[in-house]
Design a protein around this ligand. Structure first.
Ligand code: T4K
Length: 377
């Protein structure tokens, strides 16, 4: 086995632990652990400043953030989403009896193909959720134009795109709102966590009520709500990691560059680049295993896993093929040729602060040796 300890896709980026301990020490001194504590309020303010948005509501995770945003925006009936996403995007709709209508993606951006979106609009459609998948930014302007033309609401699942810019503007302020996940596996994490970023005052107010059982004040409930609050300890981690973003980004960039150089020399493997973004967190190393490579995608995954290099097939087989959706839309795949092709070919490689270019060179050396010595399997 090449590596003694497993190399994980999604191994957490952890910032300055002393800073984190300091925050939690103060938290214990205050004896205030959750429910809009000082750290959450500070975290929200710093996020707003960082993202350049009027409101950023910190929540317990990205899935609940999606659910609350969808409800706050009043989406219903059918909503157009890509199938090439983590299942949480679809679940956040279906959980509320809204039908996710799976739409194909563009082969270059890997995000919703605007011309395909138009094909899926019906009288029941109320919205579009674009996903900046693997940190590739959606064609925001084209999607907004479609939404405006058809009077639909556009929002984004930005779980993969924290710290990105699109045409010089930070991801977070596009559409009616953008939703982040701060899960441990993300570029920027708060253990578990998420947020809704928006410039819409009304929506922000509603979301603040909804995340706290609908309370608008003592003994006064304005909305149906749930418990979506972020805890103080999660905000402490968020604040800690916010101070280390440049360091995380620099490490990811070094790793990404090492991968890019290595894959250039391996026939049949192609790093799917996302250079179109102005600034990217480079947290997703997505590789297409082409037919000319010596091994199939799945055989390569098995080989790598045997060496403790735990590459993933995210988001195989696509939401439309997962049990809850396959039953409802059994023929959805016919309309998703690009999605199906991409999901059958890609592997995500590990990166983040747990890795360095030297480790990546060892990973690539192995892959290269198989490329030259293996018969197709
Ligand atoms: N929208 C999109 C586009 C998303 O990608 C996600 C989440 C969401 C919405 C929803 O946001 P959250 O509600 O999660 O905030 C993981 C994550 O749980 C999930 O947050 C993430 N996307 C998804 C892409 O990946 P699994 O089921 O693949 O997790 P698991 O346990 O297999 O871990 C993933 C990898 O990370 C493994 O290789 C192990 C490694 N890992 C994980 C943890 C938790 C570590 O090395 N250390 C850790 O502490 O879903």
């Amino acid at each position: 086995m090449e590596f003694k300890h497993p190399l994980h896709v999604g191994a957490p980026n952890v910032g300055n632990k002393d800073q984190f301990y300091k925050y939690t020490e103060e938290m214990f001194d205050r004896n205030w652990l959750t429910n809009h504590g000082e750290l959450v309020l500070q975290f929200e303010e710093e996020l707003q400043n960082y993202l350049g948005v009027k409101h950023c509501i910190a929540l317990c995770n990205g899935t609940v953030a999606l659910e609350i945003a969808i409800r706050g925006l009043g989406l219903s009936g059918e909503v157009i989403v890509p199938s090439l996403t983590f299942v949480a995007t679809a679940h956040a709709l279906q959980w509320q009896e809204i039908t996710p209508i799976f739409c194909d993606v563009d082969p270059v951006t890997l995000c919703l193909d605007p011309s395909e979106v138009e094909r899926h609009i019906t009288p029941r459609t109320t919205g579009i959720i674009g996903v900046h998948v693997y940190g590739h930014c959606c064609e925001v302007d084209a999607l907004q134009k479609i939404a405006d033309t058809h009077q639909l609401t556009l929002m984004f699942d930005a779980a993969h795109a924290f710290g990105h810019t699109h045409h010089g503007r930070k991801i977070g302020s596009f559409g009616a709102c953008e939703v982040f996940s701060f899960h441990a596996t993300k570029f920027f994490n708060s253990f578990e966590g998420g947020a809704v970023a928006t410039n819409n005052d009304e929506l922000a107010k509603k979301i603040r009520y909804m995340q706290n059982f609908g309370f608008s004040g003592d003994d006064c409930v304005e909305h149906v709500g749930l418990n979506g609050k972020m805890t103080e300890v999660c905000a402490a981690m968020g604040l800690t990691n916010l101070r280390c973003l440049d360091q995380f980004r620099a490490i990811n960039l070094e790793n990404y560059t090492a991968y890019a150089r290595g894959f250039e020399g391996i026939q049949g493997l192609r790093l799917i680049r996302n250079e179109a973004n102005d600034i990217s967190n480079k947290h997703y190393v997505v590789v297409e295993v082409m037919d000319e490579f010596a091994l199939s995608r799945d055989a390569l995954q098995v080989r790598l896993q045997a060496e403790n290099i735990l590459v993933r097939r995210y988001f195989w087989p696509g939401c439309h093929r997962l049990a809850p959706y396959n039953k409802r839309q059994p023929n959805a795949g016919v309309l998703l040729p690009v999605t199906e092709k991409i999901l059958a070919k890609i592997l995500l490689f590990p990166t983040g602060t747990a890795l360095n270019p030297e480790m990546i060179r060892r990973v690539l050396a192995l892959v290269e040796s198989w490329a030259s010595s293996t018969k197709k399997s």
